[in-house]
Design a protein around this ligand. Structure first.
Ligand code: C5P
Length: 409
């Protein structure tokens, strides 16, 4: 699901305020550069007590700014110039003191100044708090955090666990890769802000006996990418996953199931509480009619077991039949004649959008190509990594959702 250079063409101001987590900012700078970003580091005086500008310059490839009086700027206005071209300011670590400053609009050093002076509508502010657990839970800090959130900043974490001071609790700065991913997410357009999205993903497993079952080659990667992309687009996402070994996308609520019946029972009761349902799962069409409580053994005779199958419930069709149904998107994994099969499925399932893909060409792989089929026609999303495709699909879904809402009003 890896996406090549997800921060290409992005300009990021990476701010460091004082705290022992400054050591993680070095790795963060490196990860951002590796992801394609142009990184300009700005450090407070306190940050310089923990890590040197030399390190940050070497990792970011740009001379570090530490003072609002930096004479390198022709107009001597580093606090303005540094954010006019920037896509985001990410402060990591953001100390309790620094968050307090931002909450109050205090601007007595370059980093706080540029946070205040940035063009808010096109330059996001992301803060990665890092502090002792008592400092984090203090009502003053919590007030300040609520205030900066209210003012539009994204507060990332903090994580929980062992702290440098020897105590254990909330206040650890998130790890470099987590922060990189939060930044990537924070820069995505918020097409689905305030919406609730339900996704099924992966195969199902239909048990024959305690050790065997019927399943398929779906890896779950497409569905997990869609859940992540919907979350990045601002939606609240529930992901119902069959048996796969994939990490849960950040901030996505995951429900694990095994069989088609379990997936049906997890999905149908909550579907109407969602705005969109994306059925990506490769649900087994049939299951063994009976489950053998003990492992079926070879008994030395020549007779082979015969299994009777029974049909599984169609989850997508069941959701599409709900009186208060969400906007339903089905997938069609085919081996041939994608357009015809997808169109046939559109009618049979009675859903507004079917996404066709060639099963054997994509199962388990990181790349895919999608064919969107709806009443208006067809649209091909050319071959790309699954996350890129998922983001495009989310945009397409959001557009259709807006049209449906317009028609209804
Ligand atoms: O019926 P068919 O398997 O061809 O349709 C595929 C679509 O229907 C996919 O979106 C899949 O997730 C969904 N489906 C389902 N429950 C089933 C079978 C398929 O939700 N039992």
């Amino acid at each position: 699901m890896s996406e090549p250079m997800p921060l290409k063409h992005r300009r990021i101001v990476l701010g460091l305020s004082g705290g022992i987590a400054c050591y993680k900012a070095a790795e963060l700078a490196r990860e951002l550069v590796k992801a394609g970003a142009s990184v300009q580091v700005v450090m407070t005086e306190a940050a310089e007590a923990f890590i040197t500008p030399v390190t940050m310059q070497a990792l970011s490839g740009h001379a570090v700014y530490t003072s609002q009086w930096d004479a390198r700027e022709g107009n001597n206005m580093a606090h303005i110039n540094l954010t006019r071209e920037a896509d985001a300011v990410m402060v990591a670590p953001a100390s309790a003191d620094f968050i307090a400053k931002i909450a109050h609009g205090t601007a007595d050093d370059l980093l706080s100044l540029l946070c205040l002076a940035r063009p808010r509508e096109r330059c996001a502010l992301l803060l990665a708090p890092a502090m002792n657990r008592e400092m984090w839970s203090h009502p003053a800090t919590q007030r300040n955090v609520a205030q900066v959130r209210d003012d539009g900043a994204l507060v990332l974490g903090p994580g929980s666990g062992d702290q440098a001071c020897g105590e254990t609790g909330d206040g650890r700065m998130l790890e470099a890769l987590e922060l990189r991913d939060e930044l990537i997410a924070g820069l995505q357009p918020q097409h689905l802000a305030g919406k609730r999205v339900l996704v099924t993903a992966g195969p199902t497993f239909e048990a024959i006996d305690p050790v065997r079952g019927i399943t398929n080659l779906s890896s779950g990667k497409m569905g997990f990418a869609i859940a992540r992309a919907a979350r990045e687009a601002g939606a609240q996402v529930t992901l119902v996953a069959g048996p796969v070994a994939l990490p849960t996308p950040r901030h996505v609520q995951r429900i694990d199931v095994q069989s088609a019946q379990q997936m049906h029972d997890a999905v149908v009761p909550i579907a109407a509480a969602h705005d969109v349902f994306v059925a990506t799962a490769a649900v087994a069409d049939w299951r063994p009619a009976t489950f053998a409580q003990r492992k079926i053994k070879k008994d030395g005779s020549k007779t082979t077991p015969v299994f009777e199958l029974t049909e599984n419930p169609d989850i997508l069709a069941a959701v599409a039949r709900l009186p208060d149904r969400p906007y339903c998107v089905g997938f069609a994994a085919e081996t041939d004649d994608l357009a015809r099969n997808a169109r046939e499925k559109l009618a049979r399932k009675n859903v507004p959008l079917i996404v066709g893909n060639l099963g054997p060409a994509t199962f388990g792989r990181d790349d895919n190509a999608l064919l969107l089929v709806d009443a208006q026609g067809e649209r091909q999303l050319a071959s790309a990594d699954k996350l890129t495709l998922a983001r495009e699909l989310v945009r397409e879904i959001a557009e259709r959702l807006a049209t449906v809402a317009q028609r209804a009003s």
